[in-house]
Ligand binder design. Structure first.
Ligand code: GLY
Ligand code: MN
Ligand code: MN
Length: 430
Protein backbone atom coordinates (compact mmCIF):
# COMPACT_ATOMS: atom_id res chain seq x y z
CA UNK A 1 0.00 0.00 0.00
CA UNK A 2 1.09 3.59 -0.56
CA UNK A 3 0.45 4.85 2.95
CA UNK A 4 2.39 4.03 6.08
CA UNK A 5 0.77 1.13 7.90
CA UNK A 6 -1.88 2.40 10.30
CA UNK A 7 -1.41 1.11 13.89
CA UNK A 8 -3.86 -1.76 14.27
CA UNK A 9 -4.76 -0.45 17.75
CA UNK A 10 -7.09 1.93 15.85
CA UNK A 11 -9.09 -0.96 14.38
CA UNK A 12 -8.96 -3.00 17.60
CA UNK A 13 -10.44 -0.07 19.54
CA UNK A 14 -13.06 0.50 16.86
CA UNK A 15 -14.12 -3.15 17.11
CA UNK A 16 -14.26 -2.93 20.89
CA UNK A 17 -16.52 0.12 20.69
CA UNK A 18 -18.66 -1.47 17.99
CA UNK A 19 -19.19 -4.82 19.74
CA UNK A 20 -19.98 -3.11 23.04
CA UNK A 21 -23.06 -1.66 21.31
CA UNK A 22 -24.28 -4.93 19.77
CA UNK A 23 -27.25 -6.70 21.29
CA UNK A 24 -26.56 -9.86 23.28
CA UNK A 25 -25.66 -12.99 21.34
CA UNK A 26 -25.60 -11.47 17.87
CA UNK A 27 -23.14 -11.71 14.96
CA UNK A 28 -22.01 -8.80 12.80
CA UNK A 29 -21.11 -9.50 9.17
CA UNK A 30 -19.45 -6.70 7.19
CA UNK A 31 -18.41 -6.91 3.57
CA UNK A 32 -15.95 -5.11 1.30
CA UNK A 33 -17.05 -3.11 -1.73
CA UNK A 34 -17.09 -4.39 -5.29
CA UNK A 35 -14.31 -3.53 -7.69
CA UNK A 36 -16.03 -1.21 -10.19
CA UNK A 37 -15.74 -2.29 -13.80
CA UNK A 38 -16.09 -0.15 -16.87
CA UNK A 39 -16.47 -1.40 -20.45
CA UNK A 40 -14.81 -4.64 -21.52
CA UNK A 41 -12.27 -5.99 -19.02
CA UNK A 42 -10.89 -2.81 -17.48
CA UNK A 43 -11.63 -1.53 -13.98
CA UNK A 44 -12.44 1.96 -12.73
CA UNK A 45 -10.78 1.14 -9.46
CA UNK A 46 -11.50 0.03 -5.94
CA UNK A 47 -12.51 2.01 -2.87
CA UNK A 48 -12.95 0.00 0.29
CA UNK A 49 -16.24 -0.07 2.16
CA UNK A 50 -15.64 2.45 4.92
CA UNK A 51 -17.39 0.55 7.72
CA UNK A 52 -15.33 -2.55 6.93
CA UNK A 53 -12.14 -0.46 6.84
CA UNK A 54 -13.06 1.26 10.11
CA UNK A 55 -13.34 -2.11 11.84
CA UNK A 56 -10.50 -4.00 10.16
CA UNK A 57 -8.06 -1.71 8.28
CA UNK A 58 -8.20 -4.12 5.35
CA UNK A 59 -7.97 -2.35 2.01
CA UNK A 60 -8.53 -5.32 -0.28
CA UNK A 61 -11.54 -6.54 -2.25
CA UNK A 62 -13.17 -9.88 -1.38
CA UNK A 63 -13.00 -9.35 2.40
CA UNK A 64 -15.61 -10.22 5.04
CA UNK A 65 -15.42 -9.43 8.75
CA UNK A 66 -17.39 -11.50 11.27
CA UNK A 67 -17.71 -10.32 14.87
CA UNK A 68 -19.44 -12.51 17.46
CA UNK A 69 -18.45 -11.13 20.88
CA UNK A 70 -20.60 -13.61 22.84
CA UNK A 71 -19.40 -16.70 20.94
CA UNK A 72 -18.95 -19.76 23.11
CA UNK A 73 -15.60 -20.53 21.48
CA UNK A 74 -13.05 -17.75 21.82
CA UNK A 75 -11.73 -18.30 18.27
CA UNK A 76 -15.16 -17.42 16.87
CA UNK A 77 -15.26 -13.93 18.40
CA UNK A 78 -13.38 -12.22 15.53
CA UNK A 79 -12.83 -13.80 12.14
CA UNK A 80 -11.56 -12.10 9.03
CA UNK A 81 -12.07 -13.73 5.63
CA UNK A 82 -9.70 -12.66 2.85
CA UNK A 83 -9.23 -13.68 -0.74
CA UNK A 84 -6.82 -16.60 -1.19
CA UNK A 85 -4.33 -15.96 -3.95
CA UNK A 86 -3.40 -18.43 -6.69
CA UNK A 87 -0.96 -18.61 -9.59
CA UNK A 88 -3.36 -16.85 -11.95
CA UNK A 89 -3.91 -13.90 -9.57
CA UNK A 90 -0.17 -13.69 -8.86
CA UNK A 91 0.70 -13.53 -12.56
CA UNK A 92 -2.01 -11.06 -13.56
CA UNK A 93 -2.68 -8.88 -10.51
CA UNK A 94 0.28 -9.37 -8.17
CA UNK A 95 0.33 -10.11 -4.48
CA UNK A 96 -2.69 -10.36 -2.19
CA UNK A 97 -2.58 -10.24 1.61
CA UNK A 98 -1.24 -13.33 3.30
CA UNK A 99 -2.95 -14.48 6.49
CA UNK A 100 0.01 -13.15 8.48
CA UNK A 101 -0.22 -9.74 6.81
CA UNK A 102 -3.98 -9.62 7.36
CA UNK A 103 -3.38 -10.19 11.07
CA UNK A 104 -0.71 -7.47 11.19
CA UNK A 105 -2.97 -4.93 9.50
CA UNK A 106 -6.14 -5.72 11.45
CA UNK A 107 -4.98 -7.14 14.76
CA UNK A 108 -7.35 -10.07 14.18
CA UNK A 109 -5.82 -13.45 15.04
CA UNK A 110 -8.14 -15.76 13.11
CA UNK A 111 -7.89 -15.29 9.36
CA UNK A 112 -9.74 -17.63 6.99
CA UNK A 113 -10.01 -17.79 3.21
CA UNK A 114 -13.08 -16.25 1.65
CA UNK A 115 -14.29 -19.52 0.11
CA UNK A 116 -14.80 -20.97 3.62
CA UNK A 117 -17.09 -18.15 4.79
CA UNK A 118 -20.43 -19.97 4.39
CA UNK A 119 -19.26 -23.08 6.20
CA UNK A 120 -17.56 -21.23 9.07
CA UNK A 121 -20.56 -18.93 9.57
CA UNK A 122 -22.94 -21.90 9.68
CA UNK A 123 -21.03 -23.42 12.59
CA UNK A 124 -21.76 -20.28 14.60
CA UNK A 125 -25.05 -19.00 13.20
CA UNK A 126 -27.46 -21.25 15.10
CA UNK A 127 -25.76 -20.50 18.40
CA UNK A 128 -26.66 -16.82 17.86
CA UNK A 129 -29.99 -15.00 17.90
CA UNK A 130 -29.43 -12.43 15.19
CA UNK A 131 -27.24 -10.62 12.68
CA UNK A 132 -25.96 -7.09 12.25
CA UNK A 133 -25.46 -6.42 8.53
CA UNK A 134 -23.91 -3.50 6.73
CA UNK A 135 -25.97 -1.19 4.53
CA UNK A 136 -25.48 2.25 3.06
CA UNK A 137 -27.56 4.60 5.21
CA UNK A 138 -26.02 7.81 3.89
CA UNK A 139 -28.72 10.46 3.49
CA UNK A 140 -27.52 11.23 -0.03
CA UNK A 141 -26.72 7.71 -1.20
CA UNK A 142 -27.53 6.83 -4.79
CA UNK A 143 -29.18 3.46 -5.17
CA UNK A 144 -30.54 3.62 -8.71
CA UNK A 145 -29.23 0.73 -10.84
CA UNK A 146 -26.69 -0.18 -8.19
CA UNK A 147 -26.65 -3.44 -6.31
CA UNK A 148 -23.83 -3.58 -3.81
CA UNK A 149 -21.98 -6.38 -2.06
CA UNK A 150 -23.92 -5.35 1.06
CA UNK A 151 -27.25 -5.77 -0.75
CA UNK A 152 -26.18 -9.24 -1.88
CA UNK A 153 -25.07 -10.18 1.66
CA UNK A 154 -28.43 -9.07 3.08
CA UNK A 155 -30.35 -11.18 0.50
CA UNK A 156 -28.07 -14.18 0.99
CA UNK A 157 -28.14 -14.07 4.79
CA UNK A 158 -31.90 -13.61 5.01
CA UNK A 159 -32.42 -16.54 2.68
CA UNK A 160 -30.05 -18.81 4.63
CA UNK A 161 -31.16 -17.64 8.08
CA UNK A 162 -34.75 -16.42 7.60
CA UNK A 163 -35.88 -16.57 11.22
CA UNK A 164 -32.95 -14.86 12.93
CA UNK A 165 -33.31 -11.26 14.09
CA UNK A 166 -31.72 -8.58 11.86
CA UNK A 167 -30.10 -5.31 12.92
CA UNK A 168 -28.37 -2.39 11.19
CA UNK A 169 -24.59 -2.20 11.61
CA UNK A 170 -24.66 1.31 10.11
CA UNK A 171 -26.67 2.57 13.07
CA UNK A 172 -23.69 1.75 15.28
CA UNK A 173 -20.96 2.99 12.93
CA UNK A 174 -22.74 6.29 12.33
CA UNK A 175 -22.73 6.83 16.10
CA UNK A 176 -19.03 5.97 16.42
CA UNK A 177 -17.40 7.35 13.28
CA UNK A 178 -18.15 11.06 13.89
CA UNK A 179 -15.88 11.09 16.94
CA UNK A 180 -12.34 10.80 15.65
CA UNK A 181 -9.55 9.09 17.57
CA UNK A 182 -6.02 10.51 17.77
CA UNK A 183 -4.85 8.09 15.04
CA UNK A 184 -7.65 9.20 12.71
CA UNK A 185 -6.87 12.88 13.32
CA UNK A 186 -3.25 12.22 12.36
CA UNK A 187 -4.41 10.68 9.07
CA UNK A 188 -6.70 13.63 8.28
CA UNK A 189 -3.81 15.97 9.09
CA UNK A 190 -1.60 14.05 6.67
CA UNK A 191 -4.25 14.43 3.95
CA UNK A 192 -4.43 18.16 4.75
CA UNK A 193 -0.62 18.52 4.55
CA UNK A 194 -0.61 17.00 1.08
CA UNK A 195 -3.45 19.38 0.08
CA UNK A 196 -1.38 22.36 1.17
CA UNK A 197 1.63 21.38 -0.94
CA UNK A 198 -0.64 20.72 -3.92
CA UNK A 199 -2.40 24.06 -3.57
CA UNK A 200 0.82 26.06 -3.38
CA UNK A 201 2.02 24.42 -6.58
CA UNK A 202 -1.27 25.22 -8.31
CA UNK A 203 -0.80 28.90 -7.40
CA UNK A 204 2.67 28.83 -8.95
CA UNK A 205 1.44 27.16 -12.13
CA UNK A 206 -1.59 29.40 -12.68
CA UNK A 207 -1.45 32.00 -15.45
CA UNK A 208 -3.87 33.51 -18.00
CA UNK A 209 -5.10 31.10 -20.70
CA UNK A 210 -4.13 27.96 -18.77
CA UNK A 211 -6.80 25.24 -18.97
CA UNK A 212 -8.65 24.31 -15.82
CA UNK A 213 -7.59 20.69 -16.36
CA UNK A 214 -3.93 21.73 -16.34
CA UNK A 215 -4.45 22.98 -12.78
CA UNK A 216 -6.28 19.73 -11.98
CA UNK A 217 -3.19 17.90 -13.33
CA UNK A 218 -1.01 19.93 -10.98
CA UNK A 219 -3.15 18.71 -8.06
CA UNK A 220 -3.07 15.12 -9.26
CA UNK A 221 0.70 15.17 -9.78
CA UNK A 222 1.39 16.57 -6.33
CA UNK A 223 -0.97 14.36 -4.39
CA UNK A 224 0.14 11.20 -6.16
CA UNK A 225 3.78 12.12 -5.64
CA UNK A 226 3.06 12.65 -1.93
CA UNK A 227 1.69 9.13 -1.44
CA UNK A 228 -2.01 9.98 -1.37
CA UNK A 229 -4.36 7.24 -2.47
CA UNK A 230 -6.47 9.46 -4.74
CA UNK A 231 -8.40 12.69 -4.90
CA UNK A 232 -10.99 12.71 -2.12
CA UNK A 233 -13.52 13.51 -4.89
CA UNK A 234 -13.26 14.75 -8.44
CA UNK A 235 -11.79 18.21 -7.92
CA UNK A 236 -13.68 21.33 -8.93
CA UNK A 237 -11.45 23.74 -10.86
CA UNK A 238 -13.95 26.38 -11.93
CA UNK A 239 -12.92 29.66 -13.50
CA UNK A 240 -15.19 32.67 -13.95
CA UNK A 241 -18.90 31.85 -14.09
CA UNK A 242 -18.19 28.08 -13.91
CA UNK A 243 -17.71 28.66 -10.18
CA UNK A 244 -21.46 29.36 -9.91
CA UNK A 245 -22.32 25.72 -10.79
CA UNK A 246 -21.83 24.14 -7.38
CA UNK A 247 -20.76 20.69 -8.62
CA UNK A 248 -18.99 21.79 -11.82
CA UNK A 249 -16.09 19.40 -12.38
CA UNK A 250 -15.57 18.96 -16.10
CA UNK A 251 -12.64 21.39 -15.69
CA UNK A 252 -12.38 21.89 -19.42
CA UNK A 253 -12.52 25.69 -19.83
CA UNK A 254 -9.75 28.18 -20.42
CA UNK A 255 -8.88 30.38 -17.42
CA UNK A 256 -9.25 33.92 -18.72
CA UNK A 257 -7.22 36.93 -17.62
CA UNK A 258 -9.33 38.89 -15.11
CA UNK A 259 -11.39 35.90 -13.93
CA UNK A 260 -11.25 34.27 -10.50
CA UNK A 261 -10.90 30.49 -10.03
CA UNK A 262 -12.74 28.50 -7.37
CA UNK A 263 -10.93 25.26 -6.57
CA UNK A 264 -12.64 22.75 -4.28
CA UNK A 265 -10.43 19.72 -3.78
CA UNK A 266 -9.50 17.06 -1.27
CA UNK A 267 -6.89 14.43 -0.65
CA UNK A 268 -7.55 10.85 0.39
CA UNK A 269 -4.71 9.42 2.50
CA UNK A 270 -5.09 5.96 4.05
CA UNK A 271 -8.80 6.31 3.23
CA UNK A 272 -9.13 9.49 5.34
CA UNK A 273 -9.98 12.73 3.55
CA UNK A 274 -9.43 16.45 3.56
CA UNK A 275 -11.87 18.85 1.85
CA UNK A 276 -10.81 22.43 1.15
CA UNK A 277 -11.82 25.29 -1.14
CA UNK A 278 -9.72 28.25 -2.19
CA UNK A 279 -10.29 31.05 -4.70
CA UNK A 280 -7.57 32.96 -6.54
CA UNK A 281 -7.28 35.33 -9.50
CA UNK A 282 -6.11 33.84 -12.81
CA UNK A 283 -3.62 36.70 -13.31
CA UNK A 284 -2.39 36.76 -9.72
CA UNK A 285 -4.08 40.04 -8.64
CA UNK A 286 -7.62 40.24 -7.25
CA UNK A 287 -9.77 42.93 -8.91
CA UNK A 288 -11.59 45.37 -6.61
CA UNK A 289 -14.86 43.43 -6.91
CA UNK A 290 -13.19 40.02 -6.45
CA UNK A 291 -11.35 41.38 -3.43
CA UNK A 292 -14.58 42.70 -1.86
CA UNK A 293 -16.46 39.45 -2.37
CA UNK A 294 -13.50 37.36 -1.19
CA UNK A 295 -13.11 39.53 1.92
CA UNK A 296 -16.80 39.04 2.72
CA UNK A 297 -16.52 35.28 2.48
CA UNK A 298 -13.30 35.22 4.47
CA UNK A 299 -15.08 37.20 7.17
CA UNK A 300 -17.95 34.65 7.18
CA UNK A 301 -15.44 31.79 7.40
CA UNK A 302 -13.52 33.38 10.26
CA UNK A 303 -16.63 34.30 12.24
CA UNK A 304 -18.68 31.23 11.27
CA UNK A 305 -15.96 28.74 12.14
CA UNK A 306 -15.94 30.15 15.71
CA UNK A 307 -19.44 28.70 16.03
CA UNK A 308 -18.10 25.18 15.50
CA UNK A 309 -17.76 24.05 19.08
CA UNK A 310 -19.27 21.43 21.34
CA UNK A 311 -22.93 21.93 22.20
CA UNK A 312 -24.20 23.78 19.13
CA UNK A 313 -26.48 21.87 16.79
CA UNK A 314 -26.33 21.92 13.04
CA UNK A 315 -29.59 23.88 12.54
CA UNK A 316 -28.53 26.67 14.88
CA UNK A 317 -25.06 26.81 13.34
CA UNK A 318 -26.46 27.00 9.78
CA UNK A 319 -28.94 29.71 10.85
CA UNK A 320 -26.18 31.88 12.30
CA UNK A 321 -23.95 31.26 9.29
CA UNK A 322 -26.79 32.28 6.94
CA UNK A 323 -27.16 35.48 8.99
CA UNK A 324 -23.47 36.25 8.46
CA UNK A 325 -23.66 35.68 4.69
CA UNK A 326 -26.88 37.72 4.49
CA UNK A 327 -25.12 40.65 6.19
CA UNK A 328 -22.29 40.49 3.67
CA UNK A 329 -24.72 40.33 0.73
CA UNK A 330 -26.20 43.62 1.94
CA UNK A 331 -22.72 45.19 2.23
CA UNK A 332 -21.90 44.02 -1.28
CA UNK A 333 -25.18 45.66 -2.44
CA UNK A 334 -26.50 42.40 -3.77
CA UNK A 335 -29.41 42.60 -1.32
CA UNK A 336 -31.26 45.61 0.05
CA UNK A 337 -31.49 45.86 3.85
CA UNK A 338 -35.18 46.93 3.76
CA UNK A 339 -36.09 44.05 1.47
CA UNK A 340 -34.30 41.66 3.83
CA UNK A 341 -36.14 43.11 6.85
CA UNK A 342 -39.47 42.40 5.12
CA UNK A 343 -38.57 39.09 3.51
CA UNK A 344 -40.57 35.87 3.77
CA UNK A 345 -38.60 33.95 6.41
CA UNK A 346 -39.52 30.66 4.69
CA UNK A 347 -37.94 31.89 1.48
CA UNK A 348 -35.07 34.23 2.45
CA UNK A 349 -33.54 36.43 -0.22
CA UNK A 350 -29.96 35.27 0.42
CA UNK A 351 -30.81 31.92 -1.21
CA UNK A 352 -30.41 33.59 -4.60
CA UNK A 353 -26.66 33.91 -3.96
CA UNK A 354 -25.98 31.30 -1.26
CA UNK A 355 -27.79 27.98 -1.50
CA UNK A 356 -25.89 25.24 0.31
CA UNK A 357 -25.06 23.98 3.80
CA UNK A 358 -21.77 25.05 5.33
CA UNK A 359 -20.68 22.22 7.61
CA UNK A 360 -20.42 18.49 7.16
CA UNK A 361 -18.55 15.73 8.97
CA UNK A 362 -15.38 14.61 7.25
CA UNK A 363 -13.39 11.43 7.73
CA UNK A 364 -13.51 8.12 5.88
CA UNK A 365 -16.21 9.67 3.71
CA UNK A 366 -15.83 13.24 2.49
CA UNK A 367 -19.42 13.80 3.57
CA UNK A 368 -18.89 11.53 6.53
CA UNK A 369 -21.59 9.59 8.31
CA UNK A 370 -23.31 11.05 11.38
CA UNK A 371 -26.75 12.33 12.24
CA UNK A 372 -27.14 16.09 12.05
CA UNK A 373 -29.75 15.97 14.80
CA UNK A 374 -26.83 15.18 17.16
CA UNK A 375 -25.29 18.33 18.64
CA UNK A 376 -21.63 18.86 17.79
CA UNK A 377 -19.13 17.27 20.19
CA UNK A 378 -15.40 17.37 20.86
CA UNK A 379 -13.59 14.94 18.55
CA UNK A 380 -15.79 15.66 15.54
CA UNK A 381 -14.11 17.01 12.40
CA UNK A 382 -16.32 19.36 10.39
CA UNK A 383 -15.88 21.60 7.40
CA UNK A 384 -16.84 25.26 7.36
CA UNK A 385 -17.62 26.46 3.82
CA UNK A 386 -19.54 29.68 3.22
CA UNK A 387 -19.94 30.90 -0.35
CA UNK A 388 -21.51 33.55 -2.58
CA UNK A 389 -22.33 32.89 -6.25
CA UNK A 390 -23.14 35.72 -8.67
CA UNK A 391 -23.60 34.31 -12.21
CA UNK A 392 -24.43 37.75 -13.67
CA UNK A 393 -20.95 38.92 -12.62
CA UNK A 394 -19.18 35.67 -13.51
CA UNK A 395 -17.94 35.27 -9.92
CA UNK A 396 -18.38 32.40 -7.49
CA UNK A 397 -16.50 32.45 -4.21
CA UNK A 398 -16.36 29.76 -1.50
CA UNK A 399 -13.72 29.17 1.16
CA UNK A 400 -13.53 25.89 3.05
CA UNK A 401 -11.42 24.59 5.92
CA UNK A 402 -11.56 21.47 8.11
CA UNK A 403 -11.92 21.92 11.89
CA UNK A 404 -11.36 19.51 14.76
CA UNK A 405 -13.74 20.32 17.61
CA UNK A 406 -12.10 20.41 21.04
CA UNK A 407 -13.44 21.12 24.53
CA UNK A 408 -13.74 24.89 24.20
CA UNK A 409 -13.65 25.50 20.46
CA UNK A 410 -11.82 24.05 17.50
CA UNK A 411 -8.49 23.62 15.75
CA UNK A 412 -8.19 24.44 12.06
CA UNK A 413 -6.53 21.36 10.54
CA UNK A 414 -6.04 23.24 7.26
CA UNK A 415 -4.47 26.33 8.83
CA UNK A 416 -1.32 25.95 6.72
CA UNK A 417 -3.20 26.43 3.44
CA UNK A 418 -2.78 30.08 2.36
CA UNK A 419 -6.02 32.03 2.53
CA UNK A 420 -5.20 35.73 3.13
CA UNK A 421 -5.31 37.81 -0.06
CA UNK A 422 -1.81 39.13 0.54
CA UNK A 423 -0.40 35.59 0.91
CA UNK A 424 -2.13 34.29 -2.21
CA UNK A 425 -0.96 37.24 -4.30
CA UNK A 426 2.59 36.87 -2.98
CA UNK A 427 2.72 33.17 -3.85
CA UNK A 428 1.38 33.85 -7.34
CA UNK A 429 4.01 36.54 -7.89
CA UNK A 430 6.95 34.19 -7.14
N1 GLY B 1 -16.37 19.12 -2.05
C1 GLY B 1 -17.64 18.88 -1.58
C2 GLY B 1 -17.94 19.72 -0.45
O1 GLY B 1 -17.30 20.73 -0.23
O2 GLY B 1 -18.77 19.40 0.36
MN1 MN C 1 -17.15 20.25 1.95
MN1 MN D 1 -15.25 20.88 -0.70
Amino acid sequence: MRYDQVPNSLFQNNRKNFTSRMKDNTIAVLTSNDVKHNNADDVMGFAQNNDLFYLSGIDQEGTILVLYPDAYKKENREILFVKETNDHIKIWDGEKLTKKQATEVSGIRRIEWLQDFEMVLQYMAFESDGFYLGHNEHLKRITKNQQTQQDRMISWCKEKYPIHEYYRAAKITRALRPIKSDEEIELIKRAAEISVVSFKNVLKACKPNIKEYELEAELTYNLTKSGATRHAFKPIVASGKNACALHYNTNDSTCNDGDMILMDFGVCYANYNSDTTRCFPVNGKFSKRQRDIYTSILHCLKEGSKLLKPGINSLEYEKQMAGLVEGELIKLELLNADDVANQDSENPLYKKYFMHGTAHHIGLDVHDVGLYSRPFEAGMVLTCEPGIYIPEEGIGCRLENDYLLIKDGNINLTEAMPIEIVDIEALMED
